[in-house]
Design a protein around this ligand. Structure first.
Ligand code: GN1
Ligand code: MG
Length: 396
């Protein structure tokens, strides 16, 4: 099943993933393109993510590199992604305090080819990139300890704060309209009407649930276009497994999966972190009775996020964050359902019902979030004040 292939997809005790044959996969030529000609001692597939395919290559001598085949059906211009990532990682590196321990473990380091580019196209026309594997750190699919949640909130908060002075107009949109929820809704309606693979009847209840909530789709983008919310440099895929937690200090050390770093709204980043990480069950839990929003987890994430963004995000933007939880959960329900109706052409699936199961799980979570919306908002309001020392003093 999707989530039990390893709780870890990077580091942890022992080697993650499962062994693969590096020669059959063409790793010697790929690594040589990135200037690495040492023999490869072992290679493993890290079964992480729904889009790209990720491998670990261990060189003779023990050095570990990550090789990743970029899904070119999803990311149509890999060079454009790497141009964003090159500049974003340089900017983040510039924000590390001079005394930061292990700076090379705190920002991903991508390898360059002799001509300076960061993409190698293989013989079958697939794009690859290579970066240093961060040792001694784990990307958890679900938090093992409550501190991981707070740390993850801090990491994504700091990520936005550190990129606040990045020249946003120079960032390319790597997937057009990625979090344009009304556009996602139109694509969903088209998929329902086309019923390309004859699955519409099987999904009728979920289709209705999505239609019933159509007014939710535009609530963030309208505020962005009307200027009520600012456009920021955001990560746009803030799942808990996109943060590496140091195995010994349990500190969040590095934000990974930078493909969708683009102009966006802080609400989508906060919302996606909660959608994936504060649910009581996996994103694709088939038994919906196991799914609800765990407020204890929510509070940990929110605490960490507020801690790193207070003062940089206005109080009103912080208080608006729970709307992001609703809208992104709705968006993912639509995206999974659209892909189900389209015949599973986008997300990797492990079973023909996988996308429908994912959509059903998102809708259940959304329903629960709707009932906890006020509690989510109150927690943020209270926390902004509680932890704001200056305001505490002025009230005394
Ligand atoms: C995809 O591949 P992964 O797991 O990083 C998707 C996200 C979804 C997520 C759902 C580029 O991310 O938008 O939220 O699956 N990424 C892309 O698990 O579409
Ligand atoms: Mg991703």
């Amino acid at each position: 099943m999707p989530n039990d292939f390893a709780n870890v997809d990077n580091g942890g005790a022992g080697l993650p993933g499962s062994p693969v044959d590096p020669v059959r996969l063409g790793f010697p030529a790929l690594l040589a393109a990135f200037g690495r000609t040492e023999p490869i001692a072992a290679a493993r597939e890290l079964r992480a993510g729904n889009i790209n395919t990720t491998y670990l290559a261990i060189l003779d001598g023990g050095e570990k590199l990550t090789l990743q085949k970029i899904n070119r059906h999803v990311f149509k211009q890999p060079e454009m992604i790497m141009s964003n990532i090159r500049r974003v990682t340089a900017h983040l590196r510039g924000k590390l305090p001079p005394d930061a321990p292990d700076p090379s473990r705190r920002v991903l380091s991508f390898m360059e080819k002799a001509d300076g580019s960061m993409i190698e196209w293989d013989a079958s026309g697939e794009p690859w990139r290579c970066y240093r594997f961060v040792e001694g750190a784990t990307a958890y699919n679900a938090a093992v300890k409550p501190e991981h949640l707070c740390e993850t909130g801090r990491a994504f908060g700091a990520f936005q704060r550190d990129l606040a002075d990045f020249p946003i107009e120079t960032l390319s949109e790597t997937i057009t309209g990625f979090h344009d929820t009304p556009k996602r809704y139109s694509a969903f309606i088209q998929a329902v009407e086309a019923d390309r693979v004859g699955r519409r009847a099987a999904a009728s209840r979920q289709i209705e649930a999505v239609r019933d909530r159509s007014s939710l789709a535009s609530r963030i983008v309208d505020q962005l276009s009307g200027g009520a919310l600012p456009l920021r440099v955001t990560h746009n895929d803030t799942k808990i497994n996109n943060v590496l937690i140091d195995d010994s200090t349990e500190e969040a050390i590095c934000v990974i999966d930078l493909d969708t770093v683009m102009p966006g709204s802080s609400l989508y980043d906060f919302g996606d972190m909660i959608r994936f990480g504060a649910s009581s069950a996996a994103e694709d839990e088939p038994d919906v009775s196991k799914i609800d929003l765990d407020m204890g987890k929510y509070e940990q994430f929110a605490k960490g996020f507020i801690d790193k963004t207070r003062g940089f995000l206005s109080d009103s933007e912080l208080i608006a964050q729970p709307l992001g939880c609703l809208v992104i959960t709705y968006e993912l329900a639509m995206r999974f359902l659209t892909d189900y109706l389209d015949g599973d052409r986008y997300f990797r699936v492990w079973d023909p019902e996988h996308n429908l199961i994912r959509a059903r799980a998102q809708l259940r979570l959304l329903e629960d979030m709707e009932s906890k919306y006020d509690a989510m908002t109150s927690y943020i309001k209270e926390n902004i004040v509680l932890n704001d020392g200056s305001r505490d003093q002025s009230r005394r």
